[in-house]
Design a protein around this ligand. Structure first.
Ligand code: NAD
Ligand code: UDP
Length: 330
């Protein structure tokens, strides 16, 4: 297949491009590089640098390439920033994918896999979370992703664009080769911050709140390896080719670990001391998020291979210990 990967220079996108190429697909990457890295793009992928909101720039990619399907990772994804700049988030995340869908429709490309998020659920009432649970985002970031899901639903009905929306839980880890990994700027995610502390790039990790209603008072999350996410995208494309119907899936390991547990595991994996300070809660953090991924397991035939946080942290450590400043290109 010839697959267009929007946001393919970013963290999850670059890992998915590697996986697609390893499995023999042709890949075209479209990325503004506003957050991504040129060095993260596989040498066998064709790279277009442009902004999704630029109607002609994205349509040109379809005109110049015989695209069979699209995977869309391009978005801003910092929860805290989205609370301060909601319009920036709606502009980039909703308007960007709107322009992409327009270009797809114009080029008669009718299959898309979309990066959604556990943040669409807000504060869940039941654990583990299933896809039919209420979606009530508690931050603008989650709201932009839910808005795109709705746009996809109506684009299916009106234009026959078939989609798979993948609601990831906490993406973590790096490619086992150590060639690509996580490099966000600014970094806000727990595991890279812990490992940058272990690598001596940061002085300490701050735990945001130890007064939650969880066993040790810190937030509980479901960590899923980035290569397992990449695999789910390819299985989602295969599903669209197989039955041409739209669907939404959670992607997680189905087990929750607290912030304190992750810090302890990182100490074990790295063998390094990690200084910890406790600070007040970060706005917008639900206490516990754990996925039921049973639907993806049953319908996509997906099975995560990195089942424990220790395995996930070990791959991330291979990247962070050899690239303490990431791609070093910003
Ligand atoms: P990332 O920032 O590393 O990658 C996003 C990429 O999209 C970047 O390369 C950026 O330059 C590009 N981009 C952004 N806006 C663009 C635009 N308008 N036009 C063209 N390119 C644009 O993020 P990530 O961590 O790889 O996340 C990928 C996707 O997965 C995002 O949509 C995010 O919301 C979603 N997601 C991530 C996580 C996680 O834990 N990292 C969890 C749930 C969902
Ligand atoms: N967290 C933390 N310190 C940090 C970064 C994150 O205590 O420096 C906590 C955060 O409050 C949340 C969990 O770690 O409870 C996971 O946060 P992350 O940003 O990695 O992912 P999120 O769950 O927000 O998508």
């Amino acid at each position: 297949m010839k697959v267009l990967v929007c946001g393919g220079a970013g963290y999850i996108g670059s890992h998915t491009v590697y996986e697609l190429i390893e499995r023999g697909h042709d890949v075209v990457v479209f990325d503004s590089l506003v957050k991504g890295h040129k060095a993260a793009v596989h040498k066998d992928a064709k790279l277009y640098i442009g902004d999704l909101r630029d109607r002609e720039a994205i349509y040109r990619v379809f005109k110049e390439n015989n695209i069979d399907a699209v995977i869309d990772f391009a978005a801003f994804s910092l929860v805290g920033e989205s609370c301060n700049k909601p319009l920036t988030y709606f502009d980039n995340n909703v308007y960007g994918t709107l322009r992409l869908l327009e270009a797809m429709n114009r080029a008669d490309v009718k299959k898309i896999v979309f990066s959604s998020t556990a943040a669409t659920y807000g504060e869940p009432k039941n654990i583990p979370i299933v896809e039919s649970d209420p979606t009530e985002p508690i931050n603008p970031y989650g709201e932009t992703k839910l808005t795109v899901e709705k746009m996809l639903k109506w684009s299916d009905k009106a234009y026959g664009i078939k989609y798979v929306a993948l609601r990831y839980f906490n993406a973590a880890g790096a490619h086992t080769s150590g060639e690509i990994g996580e490099d966000h700027s600014p970094e806000s995610h727990l595991i890279p911050i812990i490992l940058q502390t272990a690598a001596g790039v940061r002085d300490h990790i701050s735990i945001f709140g130890d007064d939650y209603h969880t066993e040790d008072g810190t937030c509980v999350r479901d960590y899923i390896h980035v290569t397992d996410l990449a695999d789910a995208h390819i299985k989602a494309l295969e599903k669209l080719n197989r039955d041409n119907t739209s669907a939404t899936y959670n992607l997680g390991n189905g087990k929750g670990f607290s912030v304190k547990e992750i810090v302890e595991m990182a100490k074990q994996v790295t063998g390094k001391p990690i200084k910890v300070l406790t600070e007040s809660r970060r706005p917008g953090d639900p206490p516990t998020l754990i996925a039921s991924s049973q639907r993806a397991i049953d319908e996509l035939g997906w099975q995560p291979r990195f089942n424990t946080p220790e395995q996930i942290i070990a791959t991330a450590w291979k990247w962070h210990s050899t690239h303490p400043n990431g791609y070093n290109d910003k």
